[in-house]
Every structure is written in structure tokens, then in C-alpha cells.
Design a protein around this ligand. Structure first.
Ligand SMILES: NC(=O)c1ccc[n+]([C@@H]2O[C@H](COP(=O)([O-])OP(=O)(O)OC[C@H]3O[C@@H](n4cnc5c(N)ncnc54)[C@H](OP(=O)(O)O)[C@@H]3O)[C@@H](O)[C@H]2O)c1
Length: 366
């Protein structure tokens, strides 16, 4: 039988913008009470994402022009979340939640208690779910899964049937839904060629699997030490990130010498090369800028070649539900790089920022 729900729990608090010292592991955090339309989840595992660090360091602030770093750039209180608002502290971060429902609000069916679930992190306005300006992210605009328990609106909570472990399932939600949204926005189709940057990371490795699932030809760019692993994951060609002439390397392996789609989470100085590689009418989609958000664009290339540029963050409804199906049918596989006890969150972030891993890091509460 399940143990009773305690009054307090272990959780990691983010206490403000700044360095790792702003993360505090506590044993006296009140267990949230689910509102009428919410469920209470006992967290089995919660995946880590760059947004945890970007939020801590206020990287989303327009004052910052560098890539993501451990300490970030100039810290400003305003405009610090990806929604553009400010964060209220203390905040429990953690978007990639896997666990079991242990209690429900008064409007939720009691028989959902006991379900094994995955959480979709975009929480929409119940009256205007299609209004993306009203959406907030779990772990950013509301408390997330770096805790033993979390309360989440029931519409965001998906039952999952899978033989995968909780840490394996916790690699999927943020990275894979973002990647699927990127490919959906760019309309990547069967037989097309896609160039993927940051291919060894959470989103990049998801992009590879989801692009192959669509029947596309994948050219991936990854750190030199990770090339073999990325090829094993299904990429048709892998180019080491430190290649001096990236453009020539891609042209050499692309069937037509150019690509239909670029799915980019890196940005930075090499952005002009990515744009140059697109064929006429080609589509570029970005969901991150880990190497730097300020890039150079020759507008002549954009309009003379009829290109499309897309951003991908607040995804339409349906993408996450589809992802749950892909997981249940074994169409994507987890790349669990390492797990850490939640108590070691500072060490986990320090290692995560070294980017020596392939796939995702996951924290285990309790
Ligand atoms: N818009 C959204 O909804 C959304 C959702 C998820 C993530 N993101 C953003 O997307 C980006 C990637 O996320 P992720 O979870 O895939 O990250 P990740 O797991 O940390 O992977 C990022 C990868 O980028 C590569 N990279 C290339 N240039 C780099 C540089 N200058 N510094 C560090 N790494 C570099 C590294 O791989 P190699 O060593 O193999 O090159 C690294 O492993 C982040 O900026 C994140 O904030 C956005």
C-alpha cells in the first residue's frame, strides 16, 4: 500500500538569479495541495534542461548576448523567463516529470490515482488554450519536478504504458516535444534532407530520431568525441563540430549539395553557414542558441532564395500527445546519459555544462 502523503518534502529551491549557490536542497518544503483541476504526482524522476540554467542565470534577458554558461551574463531581475516575464522566488524548477498520481483535486476522477504519468510542461490558459501568450512553463512560471511531489493541471498529465524506467522516461518530455515541434514547423517530409546542429544533446538526439521516423536523410553536427554514438543513433552522416570548413563538409555528404531543412539549437557564429546551405525555398527552424543568440543574416540570401525562418517554443496542442504514442510504440529510444540524486543538483548542473555527455541528465528525488 502507498505511504501517506507527508506535510513537507525534499525539494530543490532556486532562490534567485545567479550562480549555483542560488540552488538550495531543502527538507522542509510544503507538499503542494492539488487545486480542483489538478493532480498531485509523486515524482519518480525529473530530467534536466538548459532552461534550468538559463532561468537561474537570467540568460533570457536581452542584456545577455553570449551563449549559455554556468554563470550567465549580466543578471537583471526583469525579462528573465522564456515567456519574457520575471520569475518569482523561491521556485522549484524541473520540467521533465515522470511519476505516479497520488491524489486528485475535487474535479478529477478518483480512479486516476495510481496512474503512471508523463507531464506536458506547457500549461495553457483553460479558457484560451490556443493563446500562446497565456501559456506558462512547469519549473519556470510554476513549480516543477525537482521535488518529491508536484501539483499539475490534469490536462497536462498523460498516462503512459511503457517498460522503460522512470529515469529513461524523464529524458523525453522537453527535448522530444521541442524537436517534434521544430520538425512540424519546418514541415520536414519523407526523402528530404535535414541538417541538425547540437546533435549529441537532448534536443539534437531527439531531432535525429524524429527526423528518421519521418523518413528524412539526416546530416548531424556533433562534438568530435561523440561522432560514433551519433551515427549509431541513426544519423546518415555525422560531421565533427570542430571541422574547419563546415559548409564544404555538409555539401560533400548532402545528395544535392544542399539541404531542405536546418534544425538548429546552436546559433552563434556559424549561423550564416547554415543559412547558406539551404536550397531554394529551404526552411530554417531554431529552438535554442547555445553558442550565442546574436547572429548575422544576409537578407539577400533570405529573400533571393525564398527561404523560411521559423522559431519553435510554445507548441500547439497535440504534439505532446503524439510523442506519448511514439514512446509507447518504441519509435524513439531514450538516451540516458547519467542520473543524480536530487540532493546533488549543483554537481549535476556543473557536469551538465561541460557537455561531455550524449543525451540527457536526470535527477531522482527522495
Ligand atoms: N525553445 C524551446 O522550447 C527549447 C526547448 C529545449 C531546449 N531549448 C534550447 O535548445 C538548446 C539545446 O538544448 P538541449 O537540451 O539539446 O541542450 P544540451 O543537451 O546541452 O545539448 C546542446 C549541445 O549543443 C552542442 N554545442 C554546440 N555548440 C556549443 C557551444 N558553443 N556550447 C555548448 N554546447 C554546444 C553540444 O554538443 P556537441 O558537443 O555534440 O556539439 C551540446 O551537447 C539550449 O539552448 C536550450 O535552452 C529550447
Amino acid at each position: 500500500m502507498d505511504s501517506p502523503i507527508p506535510a513537507t518534502m525534499h525539494a530543490a529551491y532556486l532562490t534567485g538569479h545567479g550562480g549555483l549557490d542560488k540552488l538550495q536542497y531543502r527538507d522542509d518544503v510544503p507538499v503542494p495541495k492539488p487545486k480542483a483541476d489538478e493532480v498531485l504526482i509523486r515524482v519518480g524522476a525529473c530530467g534536466m534542461n538548459n532552461t534550468d540554467i538559463n532561468t537561474r542565470t537570467a540568460w533570457y534577458s536581452k542584456n545577455v548576448s553570449d551563449g549559455t554558461t554556468a554563470e550567465g551574463g549580466t543578471i537583471t531581475a526583469g525579462a528573465a523567463t522564456w515567456g519574457g516575464g520575471s520569475v518569482s522566488f523561491p521556485r522549484v524548477q524541473g520540467a521533465d516529470i515522470v511519476g505516479r498520481i497520488v491524489a486528485v483535486g475535487e474535479d478529477v476522477a478518483q480512479d486516476r490515482i495510481g496512474e503512471r504519468v508523463l507531464v506536458e510542461a506547457w500549461v495553457r490558459d483553460p479558457k484560451e488554450p490556443e493563446n500562446r501568450n497565456l501559456a506558462g512553463y512547469v519549473g519556470s512560471e510554476r513549480d516543477g519536478g525537482y521535488a518529491e511531489y508536484v501539483a499539475i493541471p490534469v490536462v497536462n498529465v498523460y498516462r503512459i504504458e511503457s517498460t522503460l524506467t522512470d529515469p529513461e522516461l524523464a529524458t523525453f518530455p522537453c527535448s522530444y516535444s521541442t524537436a517534434e515541434y521544430m520538425l512540424t514547423r519546418a514541415r520536414l517530409g519523407e526523402g528530404e534532407t535535414v541538417l541538425i546542429t547540437g546533435a549529441s544533446g537532448g534536443v539534437g538526439s531527439a531531432l535525429i530520431q524524429l527526423a528518421k521516423r519521418r523518413g528524412a536523410e539526416v546530416i548531424a553536427v556533433a562534438g568530435a568525441t561523440k561522432v560514433d554514438e551519433i551515427r549509431e543513433l541513426g544519423a546518415d552522416s555525422v560531421i565533427a563540430r570542430d571541422t574547419t570548413d563546415l559548409e564544404a563538409a555538409v555539401r560533400a555528404v548532402a545528395a544535392s549539395g544542399e539541404v531542405d531543412v536546418v534544425a538548429d539549437i546552436v546559433g552563434g557564429k556559424r549561423f550564416p553557414i547554415l543559412i547558406e546551405l539551404l536550397n531554394r525555398g529551404g526552411r530554417y527552424v531554431a529552438a535554442g542558441a547555445i553558442a550565442g543568440p546574436i547572429v548575422e543574416l544576409d537578407l539577400r540570401t533570405l529573400y533571393l532564395r525564398d527561404l523560411e525562418l521559423w522559431g519553435a517554443t510554445v507548441m500547439p496542442q497535440g504534439i505532446f500527445q503524439n510523442l506519448v504514442g511514439y514512446i509507447e510504440r518504441g519509435e524513439v529510444r531514450p538516451l540516458l546519459a547519467k542520473t543524480f540524486p536530487l540532493a546533488d543538483i549543483r554537481q549535476a548542473q556543473t557536469e551538465f555544462l561541460k557537455k561531455r555527455h550524449v543525451g540527457n541528465f536526470v535527477l531522482i528525488p527522495g
